[in-house]
Ligand binder design. Structure first.
Ligand code: HPA
Length: 264
């Protein structure tokens, strides 16, 4: 039984931390999903590199629905994701980790739901607390155990990309209460909630956002910061995985109770 998954963002393409890694694929109504499975601390853990294993899928073309559906279909209950982000908040510096607790959605062209009307019907899922409180507590505890400092809260602004933002956009997002900016967490987090899975994201600050940083942004800068901190993020995630109890109940697992539950 594979009950835990990692979705690796920019810079986290390889499940090297897992033992006995094997490749697998599964069909979904949205297309086939290739993933890896390995073992850690006596648990089978699935791994999906969100952008593909060589960063070939841009944020707006990621098949978010297929990825989440695939994880649900193999039995996953808890997903720990990583995301690379720019920072709008001077307290959140390159190299810092943030356990985001809210998002602002500025995406434009993505499929945001498994419920497009017709036979599956219409669902209005609650995202008052979009990130799983149980997994967030586990990640905070993993931070304490490993001595890795994590900002316990932050508002993630999701942009459409693939371009970086203008300084005017960043100023506007900061006024709206955003702390971090990235291109991938929406709709991933929402689809996980619709699929009644626990989901949390560790965001790694790779740069100060456009206009806050005095220099033009480069993808190389994002990758360099990720690379410098790759060991830390892996250590944090693996410590968290050791602490996840997939048998435990959580409100996320009943998110669609009002609609009779999520059905594959
Ligand atoms: N903007 C959007 N996405 C990002 C950034 C950024 O500055 N850094 C890493 N991902």
């Amino acid at each position: 039984m594979i009950e835990i998954a990692i979705i690796g963002g920019t810079g986290v393409y390889d499940p090297r931390i897992l033992a006995n890694v094997r490749e697998a694929e599964i069909a979904t109504p949205y297309g086939e999903v290739k993933y890896k499975v390995g073992d850690y601390a006596g648990k089978a853990v699935a791994f999906i590199p969100r952008h593909g294993s060589s960063h070939s899928i841009p944020p707006h073309l990621i098949n978010y629905r297929a990825n989440i559906w695939a994880m649900k279909k193999i039995g996953v209950k808890a997903i720990v994701a990583t995301t690379a982000v720019g920072s709008l908040n001077i307290e959140m510096k390159p190299g810092d980790f943030v356990l985001v607790d809210q998002f602002l959605d500025f995406t434009k062209s993505r499929h945001h739901t498994f419920y497009e009307g017709g036979e599956r019907g219409v669902v209005h899922v609650d995202v008052t607390e979009p990130y799983c409180p149980t997994l967030r507590a586990v990640l905070l505890a993993a931070g304490e155990e490993t001595g890795i400092r994590i900002h316990p809260k932050g508002t993630y602004v999701c942009t459409e990309g693939p371009r970086f933002e203008t300084p005017a956009e960043i100023r506007a997002y900061a006024k709206l209460g955003g702390d971090l900016v990235g291109m991938t967490n929406v709709p991933e987090v929402v689809l996980a909630r619709e699929a009644e899975m626990c989901y949390a994201t560790v965001s790694m600050v790779t740069n100060f956002a456009a206009g806050i940083s005095p220099l033009p942004l480069t993808h190389g800068e994002v990758l360099d910061t990720m690379r410098d901190n790759a060991e830390k993020i892996k250590k944090l995630i693996m410590a968290a995985i050791g602490k996840i109890n997939p048998g435990a109940d959580c409100t996320c697992l009943h998110a669609l109770a009002e609609y009779g539950g999520f059905k594959l």
